[in-house]
Design a protein around this ligand. Structure first.
Ligand code: PLP
Length: 359
């Protein structure tokens, strides 16, 4: 039988969660709540949904391969030339495109651990070596990450906020890090949760681009804009970097519905503001409940909360919550991650969580 290269065989397969309907069928439950994938609990922007309905008769047409209108809309919003924007089938695809463009077998990519699992998966898929640097106090250890740069390093990934911890690195730390990165290395700053951040100390990553750095900023319509199912994200970088990545981009990588929905979602400021407000309210409620229960949590800048359970087994907590119709994400042996939901979801989670610990 045909054999995949060793670097492919050594990738641990990504285990996708089962569809909610299937879980419910297996467990004989109904009305379960999914707080596992950091989706927007309010759903998509109604303006985006309306626009999609109006497009259904045109589905026989190929999409605009350049994503002209979405890039125009982003260009205006971000005050940056459209040629510095690249669209992806979710920001996941942009991670893959950047790695395939700039990394060759044997090259290294530095990333934090734990961080977004896709980074190491894709680096390994092209025969690169992921160099993982443990988080320090749940945040990227940017000093250590800079120390790990060698002549083999091609890419450094920084998830800011980080998934699964929800923490950020501040402006001073990022400035110091960027100063230390030698030329010829691409820094990928993944800002999937950018719109949720409330800290005044959050770095303005666009400034590094204006300073001429080789940086790729990734953002997505999957989170606050509520369009995860449509798969659309974007990258911001130098024109030359976008041009290189465009060479390996599939001509129709983003679909017509996603492009149009994203343009509308970008305009729907009310939906964004409401989503942010609900997230802040949910965050405060969950913090208060956790504090009353004596449960430690890591303060978040995103739409999810990381809970270190000390010696308690995360899989067991996951399975027991599941039987109660609550889907959360175990992210380590003793750690879980819970997406902030709407109030009644958060309340149900807390009730189930309390019952689990008999509090
Ligand atoms: C840090 C981070 N980056 C990227 C993504 C992927 O987003 P997209 O749906 O745009 O591919 C996620 C999704 O969970 C994420 O947490």
């Amino acid at each position: 039988m045909i054999r995949a290269p060793e670097y492919i065989c050594s990738i641990s397969p990504y285990v996708p969660g089962k569809p909610v309907e299937e879980l419910e069928r297996e467990l004989g439950i109904e009305g379960s709540i999914k707080l596992a994938s950091n989706e927007n609990p309010l759903g998509p922007s109604p303006m985006a949904v309306d626009a999609i309905r109006g497009m259904l008769g045109d589905l026989h047409r190929y999409p605009d391969g350049s994503g002209f209108y979405l890039k125009e809309a982003l260009s205006k919003r971000l005050d940056i030339a459209a040629e510095k924007i690249i669209l992806g089938n979710g920001s996941n695809e942009l991670i893959e495109m950047a790695v395939r463009t700039f990394l060759t077998p044997g090259d290294e990519a530095i990333m934090a651990k734990p961080s977004f699992v896709v980074y190491s998966m894709i680096v390994q898929a092209v025969g690169g070596t992921p160099i993982s640097v443990p988080l320090q106090y749940y945040r990227h250890d940017l000093k250590k990450m800079a120390d790990m740069i060698t002549e083999k390093t091609k890419i450094v990934f920084i998830a800011n906020p980080n998934n699964p911890t929800g923490t950020i690195n501040n402006m001073e730390e990022m400035d110091a890090f960027m100063d230390r990165v030698p030329e010829g290395i691409l820094v990928i700053v993944d800002e999937a949760y950018y719109e949720y951040v409330t800290s005044s100390d959050y770095p303005d990553s666009m400034q590094y681009l204006r300073d001429g750095k080789d940086i790729l900023i990734l953002r997505t319509f999957s989170k606050i804009y509520g369009l995860a199912g449509l798969r659309i994200g974007y990258g911001i970088c130098k024109k030359e970097i976008a041009e290189m990545m465009n060479r390996i981009r599939q001509p129709f990588n983003t679909n017509s519905i996603a492009q149009r929905a994203a343009v509308m979602a970008l305009q729907d400021m009310e939906h964004v503001m409401r989503s942010r407000r609900i997230n802040e309210d949910g965050k405060r409620f969950l913090y208060r409940e956790f504090t009353q229960m004596g449960i430690d949590y890591i303060p978040t800048q995103a739409n999810f909360i990381y809970i270190p359970l000390k010696t308690i087994d995360a899989m067991e907590v996951y399975e027991r919550l599941l039987r109660d119709g609550m889907i959360i994400r175990p992210v380590g042996k003793n750690e879980i991650r819970v997406t902030i939901g709407i109030q009644k979801e958060n309340e149900r989670f807390i009730t189930a969580f309390k019952a689990l610990f008999r509090l």
